[in-house]
Design a binder for this molecule. Structure first.
Ligand code: NI
Length: 204
């Protein structure tokens, strides 16, 4: 990778991060003091909402199917070189740290790259994270609707070192949603499994 290209990549990453922060600020998740709970923000935040996607068995799955469980939702894609693997590994480890209590948790990985991440690809991939994780794919419009509900930024970008020549720039937050589907809190990219598990535990 040339220096110019490396700089370009770094710039894109910085812009993506900045956009994500702006979006979360608009959503009331991040105040000037950093992350905060939506309730503390006056309940004004509206992160999360309906989604209508496809599970690895080809069944339609909606957010309503998870009512009564605490959802841990992450958006990404299986070809992601670093960001998603880091966070999804932490997700799986957090599930295992929670042990039996995780029975009330629904960890969900929603792909932003349905072109490559078909339901069956997602099914195989989530097995590598933790068997409890549900991998969801869907038509591009359904993916866009789900991402919009969660204020997720993503964009297809050229990526010469990818086998298919493209990647997906995306914001990377792990959203914790209550049994009623309402937003509880969010974990930043790079959060360690212990922090995630400790953040989830009170809600299980
Ligand atoms: Ni990623």
């Amino acid at each position: 990778m040339s220096m110019r290209k490396a700089l370009a990549v770094a710039c894109v990453a910085a812009v993506v991060a900045a956009i994500a922060v702006v979006q979360l600020r608009q959503a009331g998740i991040i105040g000037s003091g950093g992350l905060r709970n939506a309730d503390a923000a006056g309940g004004a935040a509206s992160v999360g909402g309906p989604f209508n996607l496809i599970d690895p068995q080809g069944r339609t799955v909606t957010d309503g199917d998870f009512r009564g469980k605490v959802m841990l939702v992450y958006f990404g894609y299986t070809h992601c070189p670093d960001v998603c693997p880091t966070d999804l590994t932490a997700m799986g480890e957090a599930v295992r740290l929670l042990g039996p209590a995780a029975g009330n948790l629904a960890p969900i990985f929603i792909t932003l790259d349905p072109q490559r991440d078909t339901p069956s690809v997602m099914g195989e991939f989530v097995q590598l994270i933790d068997p409890q994780v549900t991998g969801l794919s869907g038509p591009p419009a359904a993916t866009a609707a789900a991402a919009k509900a969660y204020r997720v930024y993503y964009a297809k970008v050229e990526k010469p070192d990818d086998p298919d020549g493209y990647g997906i720039d995306h914001s990377a937050y792990m959203y914790l949603m209550g049994r009623d589907g309402k937003f509880l809190t969010v974990f930043r990219h790079g959060s360690d499994p212990e922090t995630i598990a400790a953040g989830i535990k009170p809600y299980l």
